[in-house]
Design a protein around this ligand. Structure first.
Ligand code: CMC
Length: 394
């Protein structure tokens, strides 16, 4: 046996060099390529942030125009992919559909599977960024039994996504600028988060030389779990289960009970030991959306969430363990107000995180130090066993 460190869950292992995203968990700071997430969410749109993550810098005006062109050029899905959707049960979870359909992209875009060609890597990146909203919206349309809506390249990324999701041929769909801005901001807040579980999964898958579509499919699979991207869905279910403010203490006690598997969903983080800066922006955005939609008082879940946060942040258990609301705590309330069913929440996270996965995958492929990811283990099982006699006669 060689010498290696035992680090289950990789709490203290840096797996790569990266220049994309910086997190200072103790101080609640998140930066992409050196820019604070609060500034990006306030002053940039999702295309700016995608360009920043992928190429290292915010685009100037001509660069932005070119980048938007590169993305819109690829928004359509190969028509044959419709059969993939039709093969699923109507009640399939959208994440199940997305894992399958995104994995299948590698069967359609063979040219983009040559990872040794930087140009093809960029084409693959643009393709995935462009097609992910189309795929997510189609998963939604299929689940509600409405016709698929084709992408519209005259709309921006968020508007096009809302249109593909909510418009129907029978009537004109007016895209609310408030909703489009909120959608765009949600995409920005989820765009990248350094070496989280799904991104590490993408890097590990890619470390063997696998094609980027296959790698992103593996990222979607990892994101699905409730400890990761699945938390936004779990938060809303939890708030609905709590139901009213007087029941909050009961659930707080359950979250503190070591013998009860219940956790406060949308609370805690491996890296943040302070307020998640994304959650702050999300909370503000949540108020704005509910106010502008005029449904503030019809949404008791926001009051419930704020009260839950207040009580938890005053409780010694949460204070001592440094458990704060994370990005998923408020996002579900906005998405619900926008009209998305709970089952789409994690699919939207996947749409947004695709740029992070791709940027990190590109960085890895270009890194001269990158090798196949191959963790070691501490073997605890049997050795040197003899086969039973009965097997030896065969
Ligand atoms: N509710 C109650 N107790 C908690 C919670 C929670 N949400 N989170 C952590 N703890 C306790 C945990 O029981 C443990 O206690 P002890 O040290 O006594 O055993 C301690 O805090 C540390 O927790 P951990 O599970 O060792 O921490 P981790 O870094 O392995 O896990 C986490 C991080 C995010 C998986 C976890 O906090 C969690 O399960 N949170 C709820 C799910 C959630 O909101 N996930 C979203 C994460 S943010 C963005 C994203 O990826 O989507």
């Amino acid at each position: 046996t060689g010498m290696f460190t035992y680090d289950p869950g990789f709490t203290s292992t840096a797996s790569c060099d990266s220049a994309i995203t910086y997190i200072d968990g103790d101080n609640g700071i998140l930066m992409h390529r050196g820019y604070r997430i609060e500034d990006l969410a306030e002053h940039c749109d999702f295309m700016d942030v995608c360009h920043l993550l992928l190429n290292g810098d915010l685009p100037d005006v001509p660069q932005k125009k070119q980048f938007e062109h590169d993305i819109t050029y690829h928004t359509m899905l190969h028509e044959q992919m419709i059969y993939f959707f039709r093969g699923f049960r109507r009640d399939s979870h959208p994440m199940a559909v997305m894992v399958g359909v995104v994995g299948a992209l590698s069967a359609f875009y063979h040219d983009s599977t040559d990872i040794t060609d930087p140009h093809q890597r960029m084409v693959a990146s643009h393709r995935m960024l462009a097609k992910m909203p189309t795929i997510a919206a189609m998963a939604y349309k299929y689940s509600v039994g409405q016709p698929f809506v084709y992408p519209r390249n005259d709309l921006n990324y968020a508007e096009n996504f809302l249109n593909m999701t909510f418009s129907v041929p029978a009537e004109e769909y007016k895209i609310s600028p408030t909703l489009a801005r909120a959608m765009d901001r949600i995409f920005i807040l989820h765009a990248d988060h350094e070496q989280n579980a799904s991104t590490s999964t993408v890097r590990i898958a890619g470390s063997s030389g696998a094609n980027p579509f296959a790698c992103v499919a593996s990222g979607i699979a990892s994101l699905w779990g409730p400890a990761h991207g699945g938390a936004n869905e779990a938060v809303l279910r939890m708030l609905q289960e709590i139901g009213s403010k007087d029941r909050i203490p009961e659930f707080i006690e359950r979250a503190k009970d070591k013998n009860d598997p219940f956790r406060l969903m949308g609370f805690g983080h491996r890296v943040y030991k302070n307020y998640d800066p994304r959650a702050k922006v999300m909370q503000k955005s949540c108020h704005e959306v509910l106010d502008e939609l005029g449904i503030r008082k019809d949404e008791p879940l926001l009051d419930l969430a704020m009260e839950l946060e207040r009580i938890a942040l005053e409780d010694d258990f949460f204070v001592d363990k440094k458990l704060f609301p994370n990005v998923d705590f408020y996002s579900g309330i906005i998405l619900k107000a926008m009209g998305f069913p709970t089952s789409m929440f994690t699919a939207l996270f996947a749409v947004a995180r695709t740029v992070g996965w791709i940027a990190q995958w590109n960085e890895m492929v270009e890194d001269p130090n990158h090798r196949i990811s191959r963790p070691r283990q501490l073997y605890q099982g049997n050795t040197g066993r003899e086969l039973p006699e009965s097997y030896k006669t065969n």
